[in-house]
Design a protein around this ligand. Structure first.
Ligand code: NAD
Ligand code: DAU
Length: 340
């Protein structure tokens, strides 16, 4: 039997990186190709434990580079594409939207064309609940796969645009696809610009934690490994053309999340600093994952255990995040926040 070739884009980032490790270890019979441009958000040091494995390969490339992507697909003839590569941070999309259109929209289209040319068996597009816009603070309402797309930030608008292209390639050219729309992830190797790792790293350094607005906005948190198992299932079992929402019913206000971390680390809540709100800040996200559960998926982490393990991971892996926050990140942080 010939080995299956899986292309994972964005496999040097947070979720793609966890997914690459999950797949390399779980499926020795598959060849896993990690394609990544290694932007500020990507690094290969996280893959030390797999870099010598025979079923792991790395390609440095830009998904929007049509020539390179086309020739790579012609050479390798991938069976499956799992597409994570993206500009992923909402705040950066507010200050610099152009690169979000370039990577998230045009880059996705290049990958779709290349996938169509070599007849990939399935293109799994990793999207986000943010394409649905925001929910009110009514706990009985959830995003379902039928919720209309109403993206509010340049980031979510670029993701929604890519979702629509993926859908169109399925309808027009018959390219087999699935789209997953997941809620907020947390766990190992989360880049410290995002709320949870930013809070952990700053609290550990006794620095103030910026909380936007009144801190009452709600996010629905899922451990990254539960997201990986969801994508694994959708890649193998997802019905062609279908969208699957991914979430584990873990809604928390931002203030609750920050206070939980401060408490776990035994520090003072005086580290919290309320700062100017994010422009167009979505109030609440909450996922109804019934459709994916019907396919056979169940999350394994509850938030309390998951966050405690994540904090421990950041304590055990200081060298990883310290080398990030000591570089260009400082310039980003100083431009982004006015904080005492
Ligand atoms: P991330 O920012 O940590 O990683 C993105 C990766 O993509 C990086 O390794 C980066 O180098 C790479 N990349 C960026 N531009 C590229 C390009 N032009 N060509 C090739 N590689 C490029 O992102 P993440 O948080 O791991 O998110 C991964 C995907 O999951 C994204 O598509 C995001 O929209 C989606 N998603 C994220 C979350 C979340 O909570 N983080 C939730 C739902 C969906
Ligand atoms: O919902 C899925 C999305 O989750 C993904 O599609 C995005 O790629 C991912 O970045 C994430 O987006 P959010 O904007 O929800 O995540 P972020 O960690 O940036 O912010 C979480 C919440 O915390 C949000 O309400 C804004 C708030 N926040 C964030 C930062 C960085 C603060 O209050 N202070 C901060 O410093």
């Amino acid at each position: 039997m010939t080995r299956k070739k899986i292309l994972v884009t964005g496999g040097a980032g947070f979720i793609g990186g966890n997914f690459v490790q999950y797949m390399v270890k779980k499926y020795p019979q598959y060849d896993i190709f990690n394609l990544d441009l290694l932007t500020y958000a990507g690094d290969l040091t996280k893959h030390k434990s797999i870099e010598t494995k025979e079923n792991y390969f790395f390609v440095k490339a830009d998904i929007a580079d049509r020539e390179i992507i086309t020739s790579l697909f012609k050479k390798e003839r991938f069976d499956y594409v799992v597409h994570f590569a993206a500009e992923s941070h909402v705040d950066r999309s507010i200050t610099d939207p152009g690169i979000f259109v370039q990577t998230n929209v045009l880059g996705t289209q290049v990958l779709l064309d290349a996938s169509k040319e070599v007849n990939v068996k399935k293109f799994v597009h990793v999207s986000t609940d943010e394409v649905y816009g925001e929910l009110e603070f009514d706990p009985s309402t959830f995003f379902t796969e039928e919720t209309p797309l109403q993206p509010n930030s340049p980031y979510s608008a670029s993701k929604a645009s890519s979702d629509l292209l993926v859908r169109a390639y399925n309808e027009t050219y018959g390219l087999p696809i699935n789209i997953t729309r997941c809620s907020n992830n947390y766990g190992p190797y989360h880049f410290p610009e995002k709320l949870i790792p930013l809070t952990i790293s700053r609290v550990l350094n006794e620095q103030r934690v910026p909380v936007y607005g009144d801190g009452k906005n709600i996010r629905d948190w899922l451990h990254v490994i539960d997201h990986c198992s969801a994508i694994d299932l959708v890649m193998h079992e997802g019905i062609n053309g279908e969208v699957y929402n991914v979430g584990g019913h873990n809604e928390r206000t931002n203030l609750e999340v920050v206070k939980t971390i401060i408490k776990e680390l035994g520090k003072s809540e005086e580290l919290i600093e309320f700062v100017q709100d994010r422009l167009g800040h979505d109030k609440r996200y909450a996922i109804d994952p019934t459709k994916l559960e019907t396919l056979g998926w169940t999350p394994t982490y509850n938030f309390e255990t998951g966050i405690a393990q994540t904090i421990q991971w950041y304590l055990d892996n200081k060298e990883w995040w310290e080398q990030i926050i000591s570089g260009d990140y400082q310039d980003y942080f100083n431009k982004q926040y006015i904080i005492s």
